[in-house]
Design a protein around this ligand. Structure first.
Ligand SMILES: [Fe+2]
Length: 427
């Protein structure tokens, strides 16, 4: 227990429900201020830290699925990605498991790789028609985010767009979601966020609510074995970017910092190995855990790389992980000066012996080693490599105003000129 009796004198702890607690700070004793201040000098008032109720992981852990669906009257919606196809081996594997229970299973495999409000509406319609009681999301972030939106729209009125633009609020918990990731990158399986594209308005916007967190997550490395090398690399870099941006974020949440650091360490040891030896199940398992942990770290907020990734995707059509990878190195470069100590910590996790280095050398090593990781993963991250014309940069900057990512916690204060500078350096 980290709260000593002496510390408790400063605190008035109220438990308001089984799920959430609020800590009111009556006065600021030194011990508390050291423990809980962020760099902006404010004590953190309320942190709503959500995570899945349960997580099962390990080789062949997906077999446990049949024990987890206890109500055989509930119809199951099996959600998966259009491009993924229902013909990948792991779908047959999971279908075989579902055959051993008596629930009816309805497959919906029309989800695009960047899900749109239209995709969600179609899936909701299909779910209503088939009286769905539980969602099985088998895929990457797109599928899991769609599952979150479908889940709450089955118990709350209106369309997904109304919640995106803040016209409606989520009032009721959705139906249960079991998330089974088949990529290692987005961390969507643990977050309370669903990122949905709005094609008409040409924006990607997040819906955020604790009710969106899946109830159960199953991490089985057998399911990421068939992920193509390029996607292994790009989604792994997305997970790395979550962990780094959360760790250097000015929002000092201990849960986030701890999970970010372990995630960075696991990615450093397992991403290139997963890319080069796709059948290495230990590396695949560690990447699934790394992605999960980086997702948990996102409560500390992301920074400039993610602020730019959403509008880059909306304007250019690049996938989320492609967009992140295009700008990440230059975001690290512009931030380094403002968070050298944290970059030194990261360098150490990337395997650098920092003992004989000064702060500049050690923090620079982080940038160098991540550039090397890009090289080892054959990621040629630039706008040019995707044939994207710099003429689109002003539109990307304009579009960034409509995204939900925050910039206040980025270590370097950011304005539109700096965002433009990052885009130009990433050409
Ligand atoms: Fe991301």
């Amino acid at each position: 227990m980290w709260l000593t009796l002496k510390t408790l004198l400063y605190l008035d702890i109220k438990f308001i429900s089984e799920e959430f607690s609020i800590i009111n700070f009556k006065s600021f004793g030194k011990r508390i201020s050291v423990m809980n201040m962020n760099k902006k000098g404010k004590v953190l008032e309320i942190v709503d830290y959500c995570m899945p109720k349960r997580t099962i992981y390990g080789l062949n852990s997906v077999k446990k699925l049949k024990n987890e669906i206890v109500d055989n009257k509930k119809n199951i919606l099996y959600l998966t990605c259009k491009n993924n196809g229902k013909y990948l081996p792991f779908h047959f594997y999971i279908m075989n498991i579902l055959d051993s229970i008596s629930n009816k299973v309805f497959i919906f495999d029309e989800i695009e790789s960047e899900p749109s409000a239209q995709d969600v509406d179609l899936a909701v319609k299909y779910a209503k028609e088939n009286n769905i009681g539980i969602i099985l999301a088998v895929g990457g972030g797109s599928v899991i985010d769609t599952a979150k939106a479908v889940s709450f729209l089955l118990t709350n009125p209106g369309s997904v767009t109304e919640y995106q633009i803040g016209k409606k609020e989520i009032k009721k918990r959705g139906i249960d979601i079991i998330a089974i990731p088949t990529t290692s990158g987005t961390g969507a399986e643990v977050t309370k966020v669903a990122v949905i594209a709005n094609k008409e308005k040409k924006i990607k916007k997040s819906i955020i609510h604790p009710y969106l967190v899946p109830n159960l997550v199953i991490l089985d490395p057998n399911l990421t074995k068939s992920l193509p090398p390029k996607l292994t690399a790009l989604t792994g870099i997305d997970a790395l970017s979550h962990a780094i941006e959360a760790y250097v974020s000015l929002f000092e949440i201990p849960f986030a910092k701890a999970t970010a650091l372990k995630s960075i360490e696991l990615i450093s040891k397992n991403l290139v190995e997963s890319y080069k030896n796709p059948d290495n199940l230990e590396a695949r398992m560690n990447m699934l855990i790394a992605s999960y942990l980086s997702g948990l770290s996102l409560i500390a907020s992301v920074g400039a790389a993610h602020r730019l990734a959403q509008p880059i995707s909306s304007v250019t059509g690049l996938s989320h992980s492609e967009a992140v990878s295009v700008v990440l190195i230059n975001v690290l470069k512009i931030n380094r000066e403002f968070c050298k100590e944290k970059f030194r910590d990261i360098a150490s996790l990337l395997g650098v012996n920092i003992c004989e280095m000064n702060l500049d050398q050690a923090s620079n090593k982080t940038v160098e080693l991540i550039e090397k990781m890009f090289y080892d993963l054959n990621i040629n991250a630039s706008f040019k490599s995707y044939n994207i014309d710099p003429i689109l940069f002003p539109e990307i900057i304009e579009n960034a105003k409509n995204t939900t990512s925050h910039l206040i916690y980025n270590p370097r204060p950011i304005n539109n000129n700096i965002l433009l500078e990052i885009l130009e350096k990433s050409q």
